[in-house]
Design a protein. Structure first.
Length: 348
């Protein structure tokens, strides 16, 4: 892939790259200037409530591309380059708990404005103390974890928060620092040939999807309710299916050899079609969480303040869908484990 442009493979998989022109960049920068003067922080309730009012102010080309991503679904992932933010002045923290809350304010506002065109921002009680904006950075001792805090091991392809029916419709990553140009990985259902996989089996409730280790740390005994609930890995239209698979946390039902073979075939197909996206400081990667899996190449962390650092925001199209998993209508934090423990219901 040629850095800064879309390759033929990316175009075929519905991966678009949009570089803002000087005029568009200045327009976005002016919007951010006004937002920074008006609102306290990007996770403030007033800002989140009024966020949709800011969308029409974005440049027409950016709005049109995001509009196609949301409604046309021909774009499964979008890279926005030459945005109005850059690298923060502070070093990369050694842990997400150590981040100065105000160190990425402008970047967070930009991430929220872009993401809002695809849905309403939400967070998870089981991730980073329920913060709506999350830090993706290497954490000492977690080098081989299959989470956003891993580093040396490749982060396998996955749908974000795949285990939950309340998972996001889209997610966005804003690059704060990536001096080593560590690649993000994307595999899209757009243009993918499913002719050699067993669609009947993959569309059937024959697979188990577990939460990742970061979510499970929230649960005192390391378990969730209804862990044996079976789910399909593909759903929606057979001609252009939606995806629900987290490669390291998905397995076939015990003893179901056909499901196991189907999972292996699908995993091979997804890995073979993965595309590398190398983000620079200020770039935003937006991913349709129903149409594309994402991951990350491995790298050796230095823990010296110069390591790869991303900010992540997840959005849902319908806040009401998760109402039973949030404490109130204004609350943006989803807590599936806490809800289940209180009501003894199960994940759908």
């Amino acid at each position: 892939m040629v850095y800064g442009s879309a390759s033929a493979k990316e175009i075929r998989q519905g991966i678009a790259q949009l570089t803002l022109t000087g005029k568009a960049r200045r327009q976005c920068s002016a919007i951010l200037d006004e937002i920074c003067q008006t609102y306290i922080s990007a996770d403030a309730p007033l800002f989140l409530r009024q966020l949709s009012d800011l969308v029409p102010q974005l440049p027409a080309e950016l709005r049109g591309t995001l509009n196609e991503m949301r409604y046309g679904e021909s774009i499964a992932a979008l890279v926005i380059r030459n945005g109005p933010v850059g690298e923060p002045a502070c070093p990369t923290p050694r842990h997400w708990k150590e981040r100065d809350p105000g160190s990425t304010s402008r970047q967070d506002f930009w991430l929220a404005v872009v993401s809002s065109y695809l849905g309403e921002p939400v967070g998870w009680a089981s991730l980073q103390d329920g913060r709506i904006f999350n830090d993706i950075l290497p954490v000492p001792g977690e080098e081989n974890e299959q989470t956003g805090h891993g580093s040396q091991a490749d982060l396998e392809l996955h749908i974000e928060d795949c285990f939950s029916d309340e998972r996001c419709d889209a997610l966005a990553l804003l690059c704060l620092r990536n001096v080593d140009r560590v690649p993000n990985l994307i595999t899209s259902a757009v243009g993918l040939d499913f002719g050699d996989v067993d669609l009947d089996t993959l569309f059937s409730d024959r697979f188990l999807i577990a939460p990742d280790s970061e979510h499970l740390r929230r649960v005192a005994d390391g378990t969730i309710q209804d862990p044996d609930r079976k789910r399909p890995l593909l759903f929606g239209s057979r001609e252009s299916p939606y995806l629900r698979i987290d490669l390291p946390y998905t397995r076939a039902s015990p003893g179901d050899t056909r499901a196991a073979d189907s999972l292996t075939a699908l995993a091979t197909l997804l890995r073979q079609n993965a595309v590398e996206i190398r983000l620079a400081e200020g770039d935003v990667l937006v991913v349709d969480n129903y149409r594309a899996l994402h991951g990350r190449g491995g790298f050796r962390p230095r823990y010296d303040g110069t390591d790869r650092w991303m900010r992540k925001l997840t959005v849902v199209r319908d806040l009401r869908r998760s109402r039973g998993f949030r404490s109130g209508t204004e609350d943006r934090v989803i807590d599936p484990f806490g809800h289940l423990a209180q009501t003894s219901t199960t994940l759908r």
